[in-house]
Design a protein around this ligand. Structure first.
Ligand code: ZN
Length: 336
């Protein structure tokens, strides 16, 4: 994208060249819906979507000890993405509310915009721009021109997150016409490969498609999904992820999925309800993507602060991520 577009930059916190600590991305288990919390090593945070439940999102922000939010983003105005943004805005009064500029037609949208006004939060129309979240570079993928204005899904705002060599991509509920238009706009090399990818539209059949995934080349796919009547995630989507050799995580089965990225870009994935379940790994040989290990099953924490930040402490002997060096009293439980 850098090659194509002169991007305006918005800075949230100063970029620190040698920032200590880690980037943490949490795909929050909000039931059927999406909510992704991105926290930079400097403690700057973005909430990209908030799921469909206000109390649920509020409880998750408390559970993960969120102290501040600098920006909230709505991928689009559907209730399963924006409802939880209402308490997020009210509690944390973020500086910015990034959105697609297509007003919702629902009461929940009205309540969100009222909360935004009351909090003094500034609206930010998605356009070609980079957001510097501390030392994390976030490229906004605005809806391409020509999308029908009455289709929220087709006006989804995407975010490409980069930290060292690490790349994550999330594009809301963008359906095939939007991904096709993005493929015309961005060279495949600007999109992929990505280490962590949010499944489009909760694994619906009209989201991820072979041409798009061929460019994105995801190594790990996280599906934000809960009990639903839509058949999400669909067999079509799961089969596409299998075909590209991706490991699939589902919030309905594994709870909140946490990605911890070290300076440089090495990363580890842990899940709330136990170790990684590489459901689709290896069924079909995938493209030869370099694997920035540690592998998802073996997160490495060099300090208890890191383990705690990842929500992994305490760590018992035998658990992924247990490190005897952090078990000072040698009782088999590290970072108590
Ligand atoms: Zn949705």
């Amino acid at each position: 994208m850098r090659r194509l577009l002169a991007l305006a930059a918005l800075s949230l916190g100063l970029a620190a060249a040698q920032a200590p600590g880690v980037l943490i991305i949490r795909f929050l288990d909000v039931g059927q819906g999406d909510a992704v919390l991105i926290t930079s090593p400097e403690g700057k945070s973005i909430l990209y979507d908030g799921g469909r439940s206000e109390p649920r999102l509020q409880a998750l922000l408390r559970q993960y000890d969120v102290q501040s939010l600098d920006l909230v983003a709505a991928s689009h105005a559907d209730a399963d993405h924006i409802t939880g943004l209402i308490p997020a805005v009210t509690l944390f009064r973020p500086r910015f509310f990034l959105n697609n500029g297509v007003a919702g037609t629902t009461r929940v949208w009205d309540r969100l915009t009222a909360a935004v006004r009351k909090a003094g939060t500034q609206g930010l129309l998605a356009r070609d721009q980079v957001i510097n979240l501390g030392s994390v570079r976030i490229t906004v993928l605005p809806p391409p021109p020509g999308m029908p204005r009455d289709e929220q899904n087709l006006n989804s705002v995407g975010l490409l997150v980069q930290y060292g060599t690490f790349r994550a991509l999330m594009t809301g509920d963008s359906e095939i016409p939007e991904t096709m238009a993005w493929l015309k706009k961005y060279p495949a090399s600007a999109l992929g490969p990505v280490d962590v990818y949010k499944s489009i539209h909760h694994g619906a059949a009209n989201g991820d498609n072979p041409a798009w995934l061929k460019a994105v080349r995801p190594q790990n796919v996280v599906i934000g999904v809960g009990p639903n009547n839509y058949g999400h995630p669909t067999q079509q989507a799961l089969s596409l992820y299998r075909q590209v050799g991706a490991t699939v995580y589902r919030t309905d089965q594994q709870g909140t999925v946490t990605v911890v990225v070290q300076p440089g870009g090495k990363f580890a994935i842990t899940t709330e309800k136990g170790g990684a379940v590489p459901a689709n790994r290896g069924a079909v040989p995938g493209p030869a993507t370099p694997v920035p290990v540690p592998s998802p099953a073996t997160p490495v924490y060099s300090s208890c602060a890191q383990a705690r930040a990842a929500g992994a402490a305490p760590l018992r002997r035998g658990q992924p991520g247990y490190n005897p060096a952090l078990d000072r009293d040698g009782d088999g439980v590290a970072c108590e």
